[in-house]
Design a protein around this ligand. Structure first.
Ligand code: SF4
Length: 367
């Protein structure tokens, strides 16, 4: 068919340096990537690799693993070798694990400037080892573990304090000629977090890793992250994202991808356009939408499926979508690319939509 123009985005991307996290480019014109973190004991290699495989299958681009002990450090070579996506080792306090992660073949290392006392005199060595191995670093500032000196100076984890901590740490690496890092300044309050990233975006050209830390259980965390990332990404700020949820990491990836898709920063995949239902509805829209969503789980092609409760907006939306149903009088009019292809009894709406969607998905995949 005709090559279509790329879908519009709200702002051009902030111009950032590009770094590599293993095979994934971060910053510059690279697509905004999605990260998550394993919840298994890193030392448990099989469970960790199993979870990484699930994350990979769900669309995760980069995975981070915690490394709090020697057993975890010892597991890194096997994990880095067998993971299908780049692995970042998350390290606090212990410089020796940074070197272990670099030797293990991890794609990147995350260090926390809040714990910098332990790292201060090692920065040169870390920079050299990382540069030699082609390993990038995330300078990950976190409100909960802000450098004591800055906490004393600012009284609390203000946006300015978070940014100063990050830039101090960046300067230490820069002194050694090392610039292959990305920065995060996480806070659990989206307002403070957004302000911090805005300041940071102006102060440097490093790629930025977005995160609202301790965002909470799935519902609250999804909203906090969506609002905060949305505010920043809408201005072109953000090169890689991690949604933090007190929920399985695969959920974090799903939310992250959906945020990017909503802003046209990723190609949209399956999209269910369903109405909220109202007093005019002539079918149970919730159950219809739920069943169609469940039946099409795993469909990766950009397909818009409209599920509409009545004939007011129904036919209009159903026409705009690739596929849709407008219900009324115990029947469903099935639309494909704007044309009514058939009218089926209500009991057959779900199966008909799923059948048509899968057929269209197959055609799109084959094309
Ligand atoms: Fe109500 Fe019909 Fe609109 Fe659904 S499509 S919200 S049922 S008017």
């Amino acid at each position: 068919g005709m090559p279509s123009a790329p879908p519009p985005v709200l702002s051009p991307r902030r111009k950032s340096r590009q770094i590599k996290v293993g095979s994934v480019a971060v910053g510059g014109d690279a697509p905004v990537s999605v990260q998550s973190m394993t919840t298994t004991l890193t030392a448990d290699v099989n469970s960790t690799l199993q979870q990484i495989a699930e994350l990979t299958a769900s669309g995760c681009d980069i995975v981070r693993v915690a490394c709090p002990s020697q057993d975890d450090a010892d597991a890194l070579p096997a994990i880095a070798r067998k993971s299908q996506i780049p692995v970042i080792a998350d390290i606090h306090f212990q410089p020796k694990y940074v070197f272990a992660a670099i030797d293990a073949g991890c794609a990147a290392v995350r260090v926390n400037p809040g714990n910098i006392k332990a790292f201060d005199d090692k920065v040169g060595e870390i920079a050299r080892a990382a540069a030699d191995a082609g390993v990038s670093i995330r300078i990950g500032v976190n409100a909960g573990s802000l450098d004591k000196r800055l906490l004393a100076k600012y009284g609390k984890a203000t946006p300015e304090a978070l940014v100063e901590s990050a830039l101090n740490e960046a300067a230490l690496f820069e002194e050694h000629g090392f610039r292959d890092f990305k920065i995060s300044v996480k806070h659990n309050d989206p307002v403070i977090m957004v302000r911090a990233y805005e300041l940071l975006a102006e102060a440097c050209d490093y790629p930025l890793h977005l995160g609202v830390t301790e965002a909470g259980p799935a519902f609250q965390g999804t909203i906090k992250s969506s609002v905060a990332f949305g505010a920043l990404l809408a201005k072109g700020i953000g090169d890689t994202i991690r949604v933090s949820l007190s929920a399985p990491p695969v959920e974090e990836v799903k939310v992250g991808l959906q945020i990017l898709e909503s802003l046209n920063l990723r190609q949209r995949r399956l999209e269910i356009v369903s109405c909220p239902s109202c007093g005019r509805a002539q079918v149970d829209v919730y159950s219809l939408a739920e069943k169609v969503t469940a039946g099409l789980e795993g469909v990766e092609v950009p397909l818009r499926v409209a599920v509409m409760g009545c004939v007011v907006n129904g036919p209009g939306e159903a026409r705009e979508a690739d596929l849709g149903v407008a219900s009324g009088n115990g029947k469903g009019q099935i639309f494909v690319k704007g044309e009514v292809i058939k009218t089926v009894p209500e009991s057959q709406i779900v199966e008909t939509l799923i059948e048509e969607a899968l057929r269209m998905a197959e055609e799109m995949t084959a094309a």
